[in-house]
Design a protein around this ligand. Sequence first.
Ligand SMILES: [Zn+2]
Length: 559
Amino acid sequence: MRTVQQLSFSAAIAILTSAATLAAGASYDVPAPVVKVAKAAITRDTLRAPIRILASDEFEGRGPATRGDALSRLYLSTELESLGYQPGGENGTWEQAFDIVGVKAKLPASWEFTGPSGKFALKLGDDYIAGSGVQIPEAAINDARLVFVGYGIEAPEYKWDDFKGVDVRGKVLVMLNNDPDWDPRLFAGNTRLYYGRWTYKYESAARHGAAGVILVHTTPSAGYPWQVVQSSWGGVQFELPAEDEPRIQLKGWATEDAARRLLKAGGADLDVLVKQARSPKFRPVPINLRTSIRFENDVSRVRTANVAGLLPGSDPKLKDEVVIYSAHHDHFGIGEPDKTGDRIYNGAEDNAAGCAQVLAIARALAALPERPRRSVLILFVAGEEQGLLGSKYYSLHPTFAPGRIAANINYDGGNYRGRTKDLTQIGAGKSSLDALAKALVEKQGRVLLTDQNPDKGYYYRSDQFSFAKIGVPALYFDNGYDVIGKPPGWGKQQHEEWTEHVYHQPSDQLTDEWQFDGMMEDATIGFEAGWLIAQADEMPGWNKGDEFEAARKKAIAAK
Ligand SMILES: [Zn+2]
């Protein structure tokens, strides 16, 4: 490759012998020849071109299992091939295919409960909303008792167990959303950990063999109003095909008011229960209510695929370990028209920009005079917008054992507003990657900020989470907002306007206004981070006591 010839032999040797270290106090030096290769590979043109094609109307918004989906996968895999990558998917192919199952539950207008003073009902929409926990034509709960299980959390690292070994099989569990947030020593204070996400609650109930869950919604504990629950649970729910994991029949939510009335009908008081739940000594509280519910599901199935390209490592031992870069290639396809009549959800920022950054990084890595010591897997995942499905599928069917995945670096979105003085790290405070990120950001003369909305749980809302969940330390940045040359607050205001008028709408398009110098810097940080991780003697690790530390230990022991 061109850049190889530009480097002197001695420079190449310098790279060869520079085994970086990730230990505390490390210098995180990236040798000049490596920096030079990145500069040549990560440019305005190498970033803009993939966005131009992926976000074009011809790619029809890249909805799963559409023609645009197939074209995107073909484009990305041929790019990797031309850069010198090897097929990194299944059976020597560029892809890892999987089904997406769509389930639309037809819920009863009224959900009945029987208590000491007779019948009580929750009204669909106003009081309760639910999705099916199973992928079969009918879901059913038969005469199940209700049990209040507090936060429904089991977290050995915080010595917290809401179940205390109580048998809740076949029961409908009433749970609080979020995680304990009143004490900085518990569950990282007001930072929402995975224990505080609704997905955890349903998984926790399934592990205990429960029949269903009613999550008590409050705007502060959910981070969004009831209408968001209504709109996001009202339609088709997308999932990976059921395997042998335990499942509940019904994933429900109730408004705080409805939950209060329901519990009262069972002789309990929500405020008293919430108070009890705030103690590590909490034990499940049986509620004097029983319920049966039965509903039909429309179940559909489509097929899509992750795209994977592998750059084998140069070190005979470390090449069995891997650094995985990820960016989701899917978006919403063709859908409801906006005010201008545009129906194509181009997804230029979300996430053609992320794919472009990962492609540019892939280009830089392939152009190095000496391959990184560890292998590098470039993974363009599918079905992110349906619930991180592609990355979740990869995490359940990884091509490298989880204990051999050194780290994940994920790109979801990209900065097109110009260079910024800052960069936000989502999920700071969790792993040894923090120090690395800080050093690289500061080397660019910028400031690394921590998540400005820690209660929103953004770390769990893009593909890096699928890796964290199997124990892989993962790095994920959000754009900086302090744009150089613009007045203070401009970037933030632009971002707010974007959230309202562009995010997940047909207007997320590439325009002539897009600036690429900021995106170049952000991609360079990811490149350098991945290179340093690939060179280091040791793999990065979670901070002591982190929620994902136990998963990592298990993965390392099994590798
Ligand atoms: Zn996205």
